[in-house]
Design a protein. Structure first.
Length: 566
């Protein structure tokens, strides 16, 4: 054999021997690891078998959270205005329905508002296991559907907000969405409290509320207006007793109403209120002592200011006293009073009356007053705003400011709901000036433009307002905003109200002819409810005595609820 071949064979055998040795070593490692694993497993099993069973650890978990039922809303006398009812809703499981045509035919007979073809299409899809058919059924409907005995129809309990008084106070109460959260009115502004199950008590008196709505309904029919709105408050406390705006809606069917019906014009709309603003101008003039009630004012001819002329609707063409200027609603005389005061004083006075800021009375709805910028608030603007032109406010702004001027000179924050702590009233004018203003507005109703608000036996005061409606590019020639501020009794106010009529027909489009009669009709109904006695039953000086008594009660902190006040 060749030596090279011999060396090759030797190296080959050596490689084979080495590979065999490596394989044996690996097998030994595997066997050893397997033996150790089996041994450990056997040891663990024996240990577990011999160890006594321990008691399971006790764990305390929180109970499932149950959402509280939404709180109720009550009026000041605890009359229920809004509550939550548990009602039944109908659904179907298509897989359990035997005869779709029978179900559709019989349900359509009981619930004609259902879309039969749409329901039939959905019920034939057997893969669908849940199909809503009708939400919020009446008890009678539930009984009738149960009586059908149709397989595949089921009921589910749901909560629905219920408003017993329907249209009355619908704008005040507002509404909730499908998830049960408030989206308007008190439901929206007090949503956090209501969703926690807390009740809310309002200052609204539902009897006064319904009296106000009836008066507005009659006024809307007479004036054929685009809308009418009104609110009344107790000037002694700032409590809003009633608020209504027409057109309105049934609070139980908020979703079926239109945006026009949803709008709370008392809070959300701003208007140029015309001559009702004259009470603020006269009050400021008396307070700053630039006039007295007998100061003569030249109203013999239109007042020319720059390129503008200020005219009277019913010119007297003579000198009028301050009292006569208000009684006959002279723009010329009022502008002259405003012109007597220092520049900037008018704005400061309006600010103190809350006329220039958003007004939060406890409702979601609020509005921003429209008025000139400081650089444009000059002589002409001051004179025009003195009789309510060039400044637009909400009816609630006008109401709260009027209450301050016509009661005791203190501005009180109006409130829709009862609160634990009320803001301290701010003194705007003196009590003496307020008393003079009450005498003046009484004369307006007895002798002047507010005569249609007068009721024999009742001491009613007030001020009318008529303003051309602001439109794009200027003012309308045939559309007016008519308003009226009323107070009763005039010499000892227990009630102050504002009425606004938007676009009444000709002959019923002024404050005296459109708004004042509405306030009159309201007082006829509301005065007995609130215990406001006719002046004829009390005597000439009795009202001043009542004022003194109510002030003593306030100071002694034994003030009675509005229903029982004298």
């Amino acid at each position: 054999m060749h030596p090279r071949t011999r060396r090759y064979q030797k190296r080959h055998h050596q490689k084979k021997d080495k590979a065999r040795d490596q394989l044996k070593s690996r097998l030994m490692y595997v066997v050893t690891a397997l033996v150790l694993f089996l041994g450990f497993a056997q040891y663990s099993m024996v240990k577990v078998a011999l160890t006594p069973v321990a008691e399971p650890e006790q764990r305390v978990t929180d109970m499932p959270y149950e959402k509280p039922t939404r709180g109720n809303i009550y009026d000041r006398n605890k009359v229920l205005l809004a509550t939550t009812l548990t009602i039944q809703s109908l659904y179907a499981d298509p897989k359990h329905i035997i005869d779709v045509d029978e179900v559709v035919t019989k349900l359509s007979h009981l619930l004609p508002e259902l879309d039969a073809e749409k329901i039939r299409d959905r019920l034939t899809k057997k893969h669908m296991r849940f199909v809503w058919l009708k939400r919020h059924l009446t008890p009678e409907q539930v009984y009738q559907i149960n009586a059908l005995g149709l397989p595949g129809l089921y009921f589910r309990e749901e909560e629905k907000r219920f408003y017993p008084h329907k249209f009355s106070a619908s704008h005040v109460l507002g509404a909730v969405n499908r998830n049960g959260n408030g989206i308007a009115g008190v439901e929206g502004s007090y949503n956090n409290e209501l969703v926690r199950g807390r009740d809310v008590v309002l200052n609204i008196d539902i009897r006064v509320q319904e009296a106000l709505r009836r008066a507005l309904m009659k006024g809307l029919e007479t004036t054929k207006a685009k809308s009418v709105s009104a609110a009344v408050m107790d000037p002694r406390t700032g409590e809003v007793l009633a608020m209504s705006s027409l057109p309105d809606f049934d609070a139980n069917h908020y979703g079926q109403a239109s945006p026009i019906q949803w709008k709370n014009r008392v809070m959300s709309s701003v208007y140029e209120m015309g001559s009702t603003f004259k009470i603020f101008t006269m009050a400021q003039g008396l307070e700053e002592q630039v006039i007295t009630t007998e100061t003569p004012l030249d109203c013999t001819r239109p007042l020319k200011v720059g390129r503008f002329k200020i005219r009277d609707l019913y010119p007297r063409n003579t000198y009028l006293s301050v009292a006569e200027t208000l009684v006959y609603s002279s723009n010329i005389g009022t502008a002259r009073v405003a012109d007597m005061m220092e520049r900037g004083k008018q704005k400061h006075f309006f600010e103190r009356l809350g006329l220039l800021d958003k007004l939060d009375i406890g409702l979601v709805e609020q509005s921003q007053t429209l008025y000139p910028e400081d650089r444009r608030w000059g002589r002409v603007a001051t004179m025009s705003m003195s009789y309510g032109h060039g400044i637009a406010v909400s009816p609630m702004h006008l109401l709260s400011a009027s209450a301050a001027v016509l009661y005791d000179g203190k501005y009180r924050q109006p409130m829709i709901a009862q609160v634990e702590k009320q803001e301290e009233p701010k003194q705007v004018i003196s009590l003496e000036t307020a008393k003079q203003m009450r005498k003046l507005v009484r004369r307006v109703v007895k002798e002047g433009t507010g005569r249609k608000a007068n009721i024999i036996g009742y001491d009613i005061g007030g001020k009318t307002g008529t303003a051309e409606k602001s439109i794009e590019g200027g003012y309308s020639d045939n559309k007016n905003i008519a308003s009226f501020v009323g107070v009763v009794p005039a010499q000892s106010p227990q009630l102050v109200g504002v009425v606004v009529v938007d676009e009444g027909i000709k002959g019923h489009d002024t404050g005296g002819r459109a708004a004042a009669p509405i306030f009159k009709d309201f007082v006829k109904s509301a005065a007995p409810i609130l215990g406001i006695a006719p002046t004829a039953f009390l005597g000439e000086n009795a009202l001043d005595d009542i004022y003194a008594v109510t002030e003593k009660r306030r100071q002694a902190d034994v003030y009675m609820p509005a229903t029982f006040r004298p």
